[in-house]
Design a protein around this ligand. Structure first.
Ligand SMILES: Cc1ncc(COP(=O)(O)O)c(C=O)c1O
Length: 393
């Protein structure tokens, strides 16, 4: 397909896109083509308005009264807005901290639930923070960290395994891991499963309840568009909540924080996974951005995401592969998340040059260009413009 024909087809796809109107919620500069929502989602108009109101009214006017009037309830309220996006029941998700800290809490809780077991299994290609955190948990318990490729995870799980952890969508290749198979293998061996949903939440469906997931964690600033440093989240299966403890016991996780008791008594539900004071401003921005998801199903988002990445892959095969670009994401859309990775020797200077022109993507060493296609605001015409620019190289 020529690029002219591709533009015409993309325009038709956009005209029939039932989610196209959602782009109007985002304040993306006119001269920017944005393909990095898998790293930092853009600003919503609503986040700006809510932050303004929070600063001018809740903070400036209401001052300390705002804690009782609104802020204390935020972690649970925001958690409940994230829950449907990851297929979780109400009151099983809470917004707090960042993904690294939540992963630490989940892994520590899981290891405590499996005393006597000596191994933690992890995807060796996981995002580095996941490996660092898992290594620290293993070291603290004198356990062994078994780091293997995604295809080797199931074979590495045994009755020695306390917990298995992996990222649902690989941060480099966008490959979707075998959620059902890996979780079932962990459970069949009596181990617990912790999924990192950093590259899933808001773009790729995940069903925590249906797959009987034990723990999951994820980011608020990527496809959820919460803003830089937005709160992350943690999910804990209801069947584990009562017996789960977490290592960072703090007053926000106490059953009665304002009783100021000397002894720690964990809250009944998911609140026990809180530690200290919520980051109100970033949580406000995240809550406002989550409003865009209301009335939109994950299935609709997935269909649009697949349509965008499939168009990119098809055009990359025709226009980029003969110029030295290598497609490093799965060609089968069912196995691919919401970004596409291209290997290219001169990837770093090309990503930098494009950013200077307002076409924003990202680069991961040694040679990987990543293009995030967010179904809430990217269009098919955006995809063809991107291919057009890359093909000029
Ligand atoms: C898969 C994955 N896990 C964890 C993180 C880190 O999250 P945080 O900085 O919130 O700890 C990232 C960041 O990009 C990531 O891609």
């Amino acid at each position: 397909m020529s690029l002219d024909a591709a533009f015409a087809r993309a325009a038709e796809l956009d005209a029939n896109d039932s989610l196209a109107h959602l782009r109007s919620h985002f304040d993306i500069p006119e001269d920017v083509l944005y393909f990095d929502g898998n790293s930092l989602g853009p600003l919503t108009f609503r986040s700006r308005e809510v932050l303004h109101r929070t600063i001018e009214f809740e903070w400036r006017e209401r001052l300390i009264r705002s804690w009782n009037e609104d802020w204390l309830a935020m972690p649970a309220r925001v958690g409940n807005k994230i829950a449907p996006l990851i297929g979780a029941a109400p009151d099983t998700v809470i917004a707090c901290d960042n993904t690294s800290i939540n992963l630490h809490k989940a892994l520590m809780a899981a290891v405590a639930l499996r005393p006597g077991r000596t191994e933690i299994v992890i995807d060796i290609n996981n995002f580095p923070t996941d490996i660092y955190i898992a290594q620290s948990v293993a070291d603290q318990h004198n356990m062994k960290l078994i780091a293997v490729t995604a295809d080797e995870i199931i074979g590495a799980i045994s009755e020695r395994t306390a917990v298995v952890t992996a990222t649902h969508v690989d941060y480099r290749s966008a490959r979707i891991l075998d959620l059902a198979g890996i979780t079932a293998a962990a459970h069949a061996n009596g181990a617990l499963m912790v999924w990192d949903l950093a590259h899933s939440a808001g773009a790729v469906p995940f069903n925590a309840a249906e797959h009987d997931i034990d723990f999951a964690v994820g980011c608020g600033y990527k496809y959820l568009n919460g803003g830089p440093g937005a709160s992350a989240f943690i999910y804990v299966a209801p069947r584990l909540l009562a017996e789960s403890g977490q290592p960072l016991q703090g007053w926000w996780g106490h059953s009665e924080p304002f009783a100021f008791e000397v002894g720690y008594r964990p809250a009944e539900g998911i609140s026990r996974f809180l530690t200290g004071t919520a980051n109100v401003l970033s949580m406000k921005s995240l809550e406002a951005a989550l409003h865009v998801f209301e009335g939109v199903s994950m299935q609709q988002l997935r269909e649009k995401s697949v349509s965008l990445t499939s168009l990119f892959v098809e055009l990359a095969q025709e226009h980029l592969v003969d110029k030295g670009f290598v497609i490093r994401s799965p060609l089968n859309a069912n196995e691919r998340g919401s970004h596409v990775a291209l290997g290219f020797a001169e990837g770093k200077p090309l990503v930098d040059a494009m950013a200077a022109e307002g076409i924003v993507a990202d680069f991961r060493p040694p040679d990987l260009m990543r293009f995030g296609f967010a179904p809430l605001y990217n269009s098919h015409v955006d995809v063809v413009r991107l291919i057009n620019r890359l093909s000029l190289h």
